[in-house]
Design a protein. Structure first.
Length: 174
């Protein structure tokens, strides 16, 4: 009886956990992006300690591969974006900074060229150097582009990131 109760509780936890958060799906693909790209990602959580990461976006057979590395080169997250669906690649523990699907989808939105924005993101609004993806009359993702090619990203959960393109793609700006 005790084993059944434990099993039932574990099953209920899995079901409720799956319902609590819907994974972010990208609203477009990476076909209009110049790949590969490397971005230095700086995150400053509420505790004030800065965290640096490297995001590498590469073409893949059916889409693109998104890899997030810590400063020592250890992979923190690897995902494939194939036909608008994220798929975790490898046996890495889930990234705890934020939902990596949400972060990657927001970066895809930020990197989308201006001429493809209205087509790929009909809910997007862009004024001057600020881009916002509206959802339920609120800004789900807000991107502020800076003159030096860097950009700031704010997610709906109020997490903020500063991103700096590295290498040849550093010249490209949406």
């Amino acid at each position: 009886m005790r084993l059944r109760l434990t099993f039932a509780c574990a099953l209920l936890s899995l079901v409720l956990g799956g319902c609590s958060s819907t994974p972010s799906q990208p609203l477009s693909d990476t076909k209009s992006l110049v790949l590969p790209q490397q971005l230095l990602v700086e995150h400053t959580p509420s505790n004030g300690l800065k965290r640096l990461l490297l995001l590498v976006i590469q073409p893949h057979a059916q889409g693109s591969q998104w890899s997030l590395f810590d400063p020592l080169g250890m992979p923190r997250e690897r995902m494939l974006l194939t036909q608008g669906q994220w798929q975790r690649e490898g046996l890495l523990p889930p990234f705890k900074l934020t939902d990596s699907r949400e972060l990657f989808a927001a970066v895809l939105f930020a990197l989308k060229p201006r001429h493809r924005l209205a087509e790929d993101y009909p809910q997007a609004r862009e004024v001057d150097n600020t881009r916002c993806l509206t959802q339920a009359q609120q800004c789900r993702w807000q991107v502020d582009y800076h003159a030096n090619g860097t950009f700031s990203l704010r997610l709906a959960n109020q997490q903020r990131f500063e991103l700096q393109p590295l290498g040849a793609a550093a010249e490209a700006q949406p």
